[in-house]
Design a protein around this ligand. Structure first.
Ligand SMILES: Nc1ncnc2c1ncn2[C@@H]1O[C@H](COP(=O)(O)OP(=O)(O)OP(=O)(O)O)[C@@H](O)[C@H]1O
Length: 238
């Protein structure tokens, strides 16, 4: 990787939604190191999800450079970006995005179907992908009897732990979590964050978590504040 320890780097990144005259995002510089924990905080509508979509390559910046694992993302084809994402990024979404007709184990194992690399890594730890899913879910304290059930039968807190296991299987370099605790009460939020942080130590992944919940900040080495968009639209991280 270039930039020695930088897993992800954004430089002078500007993005405006189509038809908008003011940018939703202007990031002069943001760097995320390997195996580090970064918290992006800001009020509703400040651009957190937009920033994550830029980093994930779902949308493209009009200006600036985003590099991930030493590669300039704009120089990659759409197919190359898709593969980079599947191999090296795990996601935990606000609404989990689990497939309700699959079992808990199958939902977790699914991430390895889109990435040979993550499958190989999972197999380097366990005898099969399903076994690795089982191991991760045990660490995240999912009761054994629920592993074969459709995810729809789980509580919200349990579904969120399944989503975390799916993001972490095959040890992607970066875990992106978009408001992962917003559906949880305070006790479950603390429990989820404790389990997530403990498991991250084992897989050496970097965590990039966005939330409006400032209470989470103390757990992170790097905190970036995205202020609310002012009337001029553009903002820079504090
Ligand atoms: N697909 C889109 N097309 C046009 N504008 C959009 C789109 N998605 C988001 N925006 C606008 O971009 C700005 C930032 O939205 P974004 O969803 O990134 O904020 P957020 O900080 O993630 O909000 P929340 O915390 O409520 O999820 C908002 O003004 C929003 O209306």
């Amino acid at each position: 990787m270039s930039q020695a320890t930088s897993l992800l780097a954004l430089d002078e990144v500007v993005f405006a939604w189509p038809g908008e005259s003011h940018p939703a995002i202007h990031i002069p510089h943001l760097s995320i190191k390997a195996a580090s924990h970064t918290f992006i905080h800001g009020p509703s509508g400040c651009g957190k999800s937009t920033l994550l979509s830029l980093i994930a390559g779902v949308i493209s910046a009009q200006q600036g450079r985003i590099s991930f694992m030493g590669q300039d993302c704009a120089a990659l084809s759409a197919a190359q970006r898709d593969q980079l994402r599947a191999d090296h990024i795990g996601y935990v979404f606000q609404q989990f995005n689990l497939l309700p007709y699959l079992s808990v184990l199958e939902n977790v194992a699914l991430a390895c179907q889109f990435s040979k690399l993550r499958k190989q890594r999972a197999l380097s730890r366990s005898a099969s992908v399903l076994e690795e899913a089982r191991r991760l879910l045990a660490h995240l304290q999912l009761p054994d009897k629920q592993l074969q059930q459709p995810v729809g039968r789980l509580s919200i807190g349990q579904q969120q732990r399944v989503a975390a296991a799916r993001a972490m299987i095959g040890s992607p370099e970066l875990i992106i979590a978009d408001e992962p605790t917003s559906a949880l009460d305070k006790t479950n939020r603390e429990h989820f964050m404790n389990l997530l942080m403990a498991e991250l130590k084992h897989c050496d992944s970097s965590l990039l978590l966005v939330s409006h919940d400032q209470d989470l900040a103390q757990r992170f080495q790097q905190v970036v504040d995205l202020p609310a968009l002012n009337l001029g639209g553009a903002h820079e991280p504090a």
